[in-house]
Ligand binder design. Structure first.
Ligand code: MLT
Ligand code: MN
Ligand code: ZN
Length: 289
C-alpha cells in the first residue's frame, strides 16, 4: 500500500491565519491540515479525513490529480475519524465528485446531517454513499476502526447522540503485510489501543500539543482548562509509551497545532521526539507499507 501524508497540522494549519505568535511568524516549514491518501495500485485513491486544504493538497500531489478522462478523478473513498470541521470541511470542496463513499462514526454521520448539514448540501449535487465506520474492505485492504472518545465538535456539543464520536482506523494490506494506523485525535491512550497498534508498520498519532500547558502559555487564553477540554493528549505523555513499545512499528506525529514547538525543526522539542525514536514527517511524505 502507498501512503501519502497530505497534511500534518491541526485545525487552522501552520502558520495559523489569525495568529501572530513567534512560531506562526517564523520560517518553520508550513503544514496544511491533517489528511492522508492511500492506495494499493496508485490508480484509485482513498482519503483519511477531508481537510479544508484538500484542493491544494490534491493539486500538489500528482497521483491525486484528475485524469485520464476529462472529468475522471482517482478519489473513491473518504474515511472520517470524526466530524470536526478541520476533518470534514473538505467534503464540501469535493461536492462535484460524482461518486464517493464516506465512512464515519454514526455520531459523525448524524452531526453532518443535523448540526453541520454537509450531507444535505452535498446531496443536492450528487448521491454519495454515507456508511458507518464498521469493518470493511477497500481494494482488498482490510479496514477496521477503534472507538476512541466521545469528544463532540463544538458546533454539535448540544447533541445527545451516543458515541463514539471519534474513532481511529487500521488499514491492513494482506498482500504486503503492511498496516497503517491513523489516530489524529486521542484524548488519552485509549483502552484497546495497544492491541490496535500491535504489529502496525506505521502509526500516525495525535501530536496536537507537546506539553499539557502549551495552549494556555502560547496564547492569551486565561483558562488553563481550555487545552484539556480540547481533548488531545500531549506528546510528553505519549512519547514514553511509544519508546517502551517493542517491535518494529514506526510512530509519527500528525495534527500538529501551531502552538506546538516541534514544528520548528531546529528546536529542542523536535530533537527530543526524534531522539525517542518517533518521527515528525512533513506534508508530502510518502510511505510504502
Ligand atoms: C480539535 O482537533 O480539537 C478540533 O479540530 C478543534 C476545532 O477545530 O474546533
Ligand atoms: Mn482538529
Ligand atoms: Zn501561532
Amino acid at each position: 500500500m502507498k501512503v501519502i501524508l497530505l497534511g500534518t497540522a491541526a485545525g487552522g494549519g501552520c502558520p495559523q491565519w489569525n495568529c501572530a505568535c513567534a512560531q506562526c511568524t517564523s520560517d518553520s516549514p508550513p503544514r496544511t491540515q491533517d489528511s492522508v491518501a492511500f492506495s494499493t495500485d496508485g490508480r484509485t485513491w482513498h482519503l483519511l479525513n477531508a481537510s479544508p486544504d484538500v484542493r491544494a493538497q490534491i493539486l500538489t500531489t500528482p497521483a491525486l490529480r484528475a485524469g485520464p478522462g476529462p472529468r475522471e478523478t482517482p478519489l473513491r473513498t473518504v474515511l472520517l475519524t470524526d466530524a470536526e470541521l478541520d476533518h470534514t470541511l473538505g467534503l464540501l470542496m469535493l461536492r462535484e465528485a460524482t461518486d464517493l463513499t464516506v465512512h464515519a462514526p454514526a455520531a459523525a454521520l448524524h452531526a453532518l446531517t443535523d448540526h453541520f448539514p454537509a450531507r444535505t448540501i452535498i446531496g443536492e449535487y450528487h448521491s454519495w454513499n454515507w456508511l458507518p465506520a464498521t469493518e470493511t474492505t477497500i481494494d482488498g485492504l482490510q479496514i477496521t476502526s477503534l472507538p476512541i472518545s466521545d469528544k463532540q465538535p463544538k458546533y454539535a456539543r448540544a447533541s445527545t447522540h451516543p458515541g463514539p464520536w471519534v474513532v481511529a482506523y487500521r488499514i491492513h494490506d494482506p498482500t504486503t503485510g503492511g498496516t497503517l494506523v491513523y489516530a489524529p485525535c486521542l484524548r488519552t491512550w485509549p483502552p484497546g489501543f495497544d492491541a490496535f497498534t500491535d504489529d502496525a508498520s506505521l502509526v500516525l498519532l495525535d501530536g496536537t500539543f507537546y506539553r499539557s500547558t502549551e495552549f494556555t502559555t502560547a496564547t492569551d487564553h486565561a483558562n488553563p482548562a481550555a487545552q484539556h477540554a480540547m481533548g488531545h493528549v500531549p506528546i510528553t505523555t505519549t512519547l514514553p509509551l511509544i519508546a517502551n513499545r517493542p517491535g518494529s512499528t514506526r510512530w509519527a506525529y500528525t495534527h500538529l497545532n501551531n502552538t506546538n514547538p516541534v514544528v520548528d525543526p531546529a528546536g529542542p522539542e523536535h530533537a527530543a521526539v526524534l531522539a525517542a525514536g518517533a518521527e515528525l514527517p512533513p506534508d508530502g511524505t510518502e510511505f510504502t507499507l
